[in-house]
Design a protein around this ligand. Structure first.
Ligand code: DGJ
Length: 725
């Protein structure tokens, strides 16, 4: 059994495919953390540990060894607030007496096969109970009576755990949840580097690595969405860990709103990591009988370095996160008109896009922003989801039919959560947006945010979307979101619940996404938020792909895609060939292939030579689709300032085929260029497709290939495809 409870020692041991996680029920019901790391067969981890842990000035529990135990210096599973542990707490509940002292101790537990889902929220799932096992531990504050259930799910096919918390108020008094972390892991050393993904618009998910120091180092968002600025991902890795070697612990929150991750190094040398909803701006009223379900956190452990950690995340998300049927069904190859036309297009013009797309072998045309209301600039019409028939030359149904008659599928853009200041919707319902009465609302991109915490607002917007999708033959929706939340309040909530607005807003977004995906299970959804501003597992649960960035310059894309790949699989990365100037179409295609692949340009501008390049790329899209979408990623050369070229490869799960890509970012004289491959079977022999040369996996990985004949100028690139004999 992957989860074992040793009732004599009172120790829980949770084993996933490659990791073990161990904690015990200590005296007085403290849940003491013992171990997280590479798989170990036994549970004697705490054998030589002092029974009590004590520091004279730290508050003690006198019931344990006459005051020899202090929670302040003990690794704990779910530490409370103001009860002797001064580190970041996991929970703070303001009680009916007005203080927020919270002290949660063990009450009971149960272990069962499978994994529970979270009502109304995204979460990892299993398709068969045999794929995972779950431990539920109930803890209680003996003074206030507030309870929490801690969920731990281990997956049998991935070295990963899902963690969650439900807080329950079984008392007859109203209390206020001020802080709730979804997961906490205490380590006994801080000999780690912290890796995070920071960014901004057009430069999302850059990798930052820094050693842990005697500080609290962390990332967060209070922008209302997970944001461009910090992805809700963090990793603790051995100081010497690289792509292939060392321990790597990855954390990711299945949530699309305000979040926090903190790594707090304590004076005694350990580090506490916590991840959950950002407590800033958050509070939740728990009436008698009320419950609060925190978003799920995912932890991954790999002793095969950062690359190993990424591959676990990729497999986990492909199998256990992305709900859409498109997770494993081949997706149509699309062309989007945004970069070519902006909002200045006509139906006839888009039909010419579709005609040329057909000749090139492209499957779907996506009509981006500008098809509704009087949306001729970003100043107007968001919320007025009525087709602009003048622009399209007639009803949407007729236009879609013209596209479909060419043998091309049709996709459309929405920005459901927003309303333009200049829109009929805003004029009719100014109170439908997020706002604080009497305070001026900040504007961004000339728009406000609709109050999706309100069911009436959601019903109205979804009613319009649903009508358009149901009445027309729409195969794909791009769900965009182009601003953050400010002056946050809801006209529909009483004053004591105003700080619930942020979270209720996120739940509202999930509600509409849930309705959309269950009403239209065949619809392909692509997420987007000013490029990749909401690239998180919460969104991936509903949307199998997310537009990575508005930056489609191929060289810039390298670092964005490398960073994104730390946690998220290639099948999720919206990546298109565009008209951007740097590098030719071949290189642009080679880089976009490391993603969903598609085009973002006017296909009528291609020269005859470019037409041939594109036709070839379309063939390659089909040829390599399964390898890229289902295969394992190995990052070979990182596109950082120490390198002048980048390289990566995909290897099929059976190790029978591999695709290697390399791109020159900056020209530089080099001697012989050898590229050592990874992830192959050393015993197998592989033929390289283009040259017909045969190499052993051992040669390719140890000696490497001398690749001098491939270009060395800025923007040059090559691909090599290998398959076993
Ligand atoms: C931002 C997106 O990232 C773009 O791709 C495009 O859809 C625009 N919004 C449309 O306004």
């Amino acid at each position: 059994m992957p989860i074992n409870y040793d009732s004599e020692k009172k120790i829980f041991k949770l084993d996933s495919a490659a990791s073990s996680y161990v904690f015990e029920i200590f005296d007085e019901g403290y849940l003491v953390h013992l171990y997280y790391g590479a798989y170990i067969p036994d549970n004697n981890v705490g054998m030589f540990r002092d029974k009590g842990m004590f520091v004279s000035e730290s508050p003690c529990n006198f019931k344990i060894g006459e005051g020899s135990f202090s929670p302040d210096v003990t690794p704990l599973e779910f530490s409370g607030e103001g009860s002797g542990d001064f580190r970041n707490s996991c929970i703070a509940v303001r009680n009916a007496d007005g203080n927020n002292v919270t002290d949660m101790r063990y009450v009971s537990h149960k272990i069962y096969p499978g994994k529970p889902s979270l009502k109304g929220m995204p979460a990892l799932f299993v398709t068969d109970p045999s794929q995972a096992d779950t431990l539920e531990v109930t803890v209680r504050d003996s003074v206030t009576g507030i309870e929490a259930v801690l969920y731990y799910t281990v997956f049998n096919d991935c070295g990963a755990m899902a963690r969650g918390v439900k807080v329950i108020n079984p008392t007859d008094k109203t209390v206020y949840l001020e802080r709730i972390m979804s997961c906490c892991v205490d380590y006994d050393t801080h000999d780690y580097d912290l890796i995070t993904l920071y960014g901004k618009w057009s430069k999302e998910r850059s990798v930052e690595r820094s050693p842990l120091a005697h500080l609290t180092q962390g990332i967060s968002s209070k922008r209302g969405s997970s944001s461009h600025h910090h992805n809700p991902f963090a990793a603790l890795v051995d100081r010497e860990a690289n792509e292939d070697y060392g321990s790597a612990y990855g954390f990711n929150l299945v949530y699309s709103g305000n979040f926090v991750f903190d790594a707090e190094v304590e004076p005694f040398g350990g580090v506490r990591t916590v991840m959950g909803i950002n407590p800033e701006g958050f509070e939740w009223t728990l009436e008698p009988g009320g419950e609060f379900v925190a978003p799920e956190a995912v932890t991954v452990y790999s002793n095969e370095g950062i690359g190993g950690m990424s591959r676990v995340f990729h497999k986990l998300y492909s199998k256990h996160l992305i709900r859409s049927k498109w997770a494993h069904v081949k997706r149509p190859l699309l062309i989007n008109n945004w970069e070519a036309t902006g909002m200045d297009f006509t139906g006839d013009q888009l039909v010419t896009f579709a005609e040329r797309a057909k000749e090139l072998g492209i499957d779907m045309l996506v009509m981006d922003d500008g098809w509704f209301g009087n949306r001729d600039s970003d100043k107007t019409a968001l919320g007025d989801w009525f087709v602009n028939e003048n622009k399209l030359g007639g009803p949407l149904g007729d236009f879609v039919k013209r596209i479909n008659d060419l043998g091309i599928k049709f996709g459309i853009w929405f920005e459901p959560e927003m309303v333009s200041r200049d829109s009929d919707l805003y004029r009719a319902h100014p109170d439908w947006c997020i706002h604080v009465p009497g305070r001026e609302k900040s504007i961004a991109r000339h728009q406000y945010v609709l109050d999706f915490s309100r069911e009436d607002v959601r019903d109205y917007i979804y009613g319009l979307m649903r009508g358009i999708i149901a009445e027309n033959n729409i195969a794909y929706v791009k769900w965009d979101c182009n601003r953050y939340l400010s002056e946050v309040g809801s006209a529909a909530l009483p004053k004591e619940r105003q700080k619930e607005t942020f979270h209720r807003y996120v739940l509202g977004v999930y509600d509409v996404l849930g309705r959309l995906t269950s009403d239209f299970p065949d619809l392909l959804l692509e997420g987007c938020a000013s490029g990749g501003g909401r690239y998180d597992p919460g969104m991936l649960y509903y949307e199998p792909q997310i537009w990575c960035s508005d930056n489609t310059d191929p060289i810039e894309r390298l670092s964005i895609q490398f960073g994104t790949s730390l946690c998220y699989p290639a099948s999720t990365m919206g990546a298109h060939v565009s008209d951007s100037r740097r590098a030719g179409y071949e290189t642009k295609g080679n880089i976009a292939l490391w993603g969903t692949f598609g085009y973002e340009l006017d296909p009528n501008t291609f020269t005859p030579e470019e037409v041939e390049i594109v036709k070839n790329q379309v063939n390659e899209y089909h040829k390599y689709y399964a390898l890229i979408h289902e295969g394992e990623l190995y990052r070979l050369i990182t596109p950082d300032k120490n390198h002048f070229r980048a390289a990566w490869m995909f290897v099929s799960e059976d190790k029978n085929s591999a695709l290697v890509t390399s791109v020159v970012m900056r020209k530089q004289e080099e001697n012989n260029f050898y590229l050592k491959l990874k992830g192959l079977d050393p015993e197998k022999y592989y033929v390289e497709d283009e040259s017909g040369e045969v190499y052993s996996g051992a040669l390719l990985m140890n000696a490497g290939l001398c690749l001098n004949k491939y270009g060395r100028m800025d923007g040059d690139s090559f691909k090599l495809y290998f398959r076993t004999l």
